[in-house]
Write a protein that binds this ligand. Structure first.
Ligand SMILES: Nc1ncnc2c1ncn2[C@@H]1O[C@H](COP(=O)(O)OP(=O)(O)OP(=O)(O)O)[C@@H](O)[C@H]1O
Length: 516
């Protein structure tokens, strides 16, 4: 069977930002903003990215420890987002979470045997001796002693506690474990042991695991596939080796460039990440990474290298956010003399230096625009300067938001997004009988029916925004076959057709990789 255990599609979590006693909503933190990924049985997927990019929120909303704002989570053919309390309790048996800090995740008054056995008790196993047998066996499997079960958390080291945390997650035989930064609170000396243990347990128990980490080294060690997150979005997914050998997204390259690598041949590969992650309550337009991207695409009319273009855009961004304190620059340029009398040329030079801009840009048209903007800045017209820079230095990276496109196909980002939505919708019907499939299909396609009022191929294509034909002929064939199966009420076949054709594909979201 090729269907994944977990199919997450368009998952979104926005936290409201409120103000005043009436708690009026004045904004939203877009912690997770429409991410999609799959996890196969027995597979380890890494979710990697800098702090604050939404990894933990992705985990807690996938497991419905928090309610998602939007999107679907399909687990073994069931829509987790539609579960009632009972179904959710069943799901919690099958999908477990391991937290970063092993110390705070244990009750200091409970022996670790009681802690590990707690999920068994909660889920109804009353026989104490049986619980102790299971716990003893598991403690041994994670490298501790069965006799340790009568000891208390403070008697164990951080690494041992993380082993106990893993035992507790495994005690009710889950199919999926989500481990949030499983080693980042541990001494470097024991991190490798815990990663080895995760690897071993994954094989022994045939688990699907999602490992969340900010550390590329950790995901490389244990993951089969990796999804890279930036500011609430997934920007690239790829099998681990491919991701490290040939990263497609500039953010992945920058993350790799910021990770110390043991292999001297790979040292210095990529560029270091600079600047802070922008706030998820006001993410940049277009590609969210464009404000920091070392490879941000230059306007084609200019002849400027990547570094200079980055420097010009940094000035543009700072000017737009009113972040240039021209009075302070004047004080600096005056070097102890009256700032009001500071030489405008020296002030301009100071700004250029601050932004790593050369004294003259090599492209005359770009130089003209830049010096015009600098003149306005020096004259105290910050708005005019920002406007001039905004007009003169456009980039597609700011103008258009790139969606994920799969490698090796001609699909557009919109087509690929539509296929994933179609697939996850079908995935919730694989166990349904024909009438149910037909009813659901009719409801979904109600606005698209043909003249006779019935659902046909075109109606399904229209309802799921699947153009006919798709830009990629193989993809079109697979989608057509799935549509036919669906019309015949065979949802399981339709799902298989789509998962077979679009198994975990390599994807990335960057204008650089876009086919014209
Ligand atoms: N309950 C909440 N209310 C408002 N904002 C939140 C809430 N929880 C998380 N956030 C914000 O959502 C964003 C994503 O947070 P999240 O913890 O998911 O990121 P992360 O990648 O796991 O980071 P870290 O590794 O630091 O935990 C952050 O900006 C965070 O401040």
């Amino acid at each position: 069977m090729t269907r994944p255990l977990l199919d997450v599609e368009g998952l979104t979590k926005h936290y409201p930002v409120t103000e005043g006693v009436l708690r009026n909503e004045v904004g939203r933190v877009r912690a997770v903003d429409g991410i999609s990924f799959t996890v196969d049985r027995g597979e380890t997927l890494g979710l990697v990215g800098e702090s604050g990019c939404g990894k933990s929120t992705a985990a807690t909303t996938t497991l419905r420890l928090e309610e998602p704002t939007d999107g679907h989570v399909v687990f073994d053919g069931e829509d987790v987002t539609a579960y009632d309390d009972r179904a959710l309790k069943r799901f919690r048996r099958r999908a477990q979470m391991v937290f970063q800090d092993p110390t705070s995740s244990f009750d200091p008054r409970m022996s670790i045997g009681e802690s590990v056995a707690e999920p068994l008790r909660v889920h109804g196993m009353r026989d104490r001796e049986r619980r102790r047998r299971i716990v003893g066996d598991l403690l041994e499997r994670v490298g501790l002693d069965a006799a340790d079960m009568d000891r208390y958390p403070h008697e164990f080291s951080g690494g041992q506690k993380q082993r106990i945390g893993l035992a507790r997650a495994l005690v009710i035989n889950p199919d999926l474990v989500v481990a949030d930064e499983p080693v980042s609170a541990l001494d470097v000396s024991v991190q490798a042991d815990i990663l080895d243990l995760i690897d071993r347990l994954q094989q022994e128990f045939g688990l699907a695991i999602v490992v969340i980490s900010h550390d590329m080294g950790v995901v490389r060690e244990v993951c089969d596939r990796v999804a890279v997150m930036y500011l609430g979005e997934i920007v690239e997914t790829a099998p681990t080796e491919k991701l490290f050998e040939d990263p497609q997204h500039p953010y992945t390259r920058a993350l790799l460039g910021s990770t110390p690598v043991a292999d001297p041949r790979r040292r210095g590969q990529g560029t270091k990440l600079t600047g802070d992650v922008p706030s998820p309550s006001d993410p940049p337009p277009g590609c969210r990474f464009h404000t920091r991207c070392p490879e941000v695409i230059p306007d084609e009319d200019y002849d400027l290298d990547a570094e200079t273009w980055r420097a010009v855009l940094n000035l543009r961004l700072r000017a737009a956010s009113q972040g240039i304190d021209i009075e302070a620059v004047r004080v600096y340029a005056a070097a102890g003399d009256d700032p009001e009398a500071a030489d405008p040329e020296a002030v301009r030079a100071e700004i250029r230096e601050e932004f790593d801009l050369p004294p003259t840009l090599p492209d005359p048209r770009a130089e003209e625009a830049l010096s015009g903007a600098l003149d306005r800045l020096v004259a105290g017209d910050a708005d005019g300067a920002a406007e001039r820079l905004g007009e003169a230095f456009p980039t597609v990276c700011r103008r258009e938001r790139p969606g994920l496109v799969p490698d090796g196909t001609d699909l557009s980002a919109d087509e690929w997004a539509a296929i994933k939505e179609f697939r996850v919708w079908i995935a919730t019907l694989v166990d349904a009988d024909r009438e149910v499939v037909t009813d659901r299909l009719e409801a979904r396609c109600a606005n698209e029916t043909n003249r006779e009022g019935s659902v046909d191929r075109l109606a399904i294509r229209a309802a799921f925004r699947l153009p006919e034909p798709l830009s990629d002929s193989d993809a079109d064939r697979a989608v057509s076959a799935a549509v036919d199966s669906l019309l015949a009420g065979r949802a399981a076949d339709a799902a298989d057709e789509l998962y077979d054709a679009f198994g975990p594909l390599r994807e990335s979201a960057c204008h650089l990789n876009r086919r014209e």
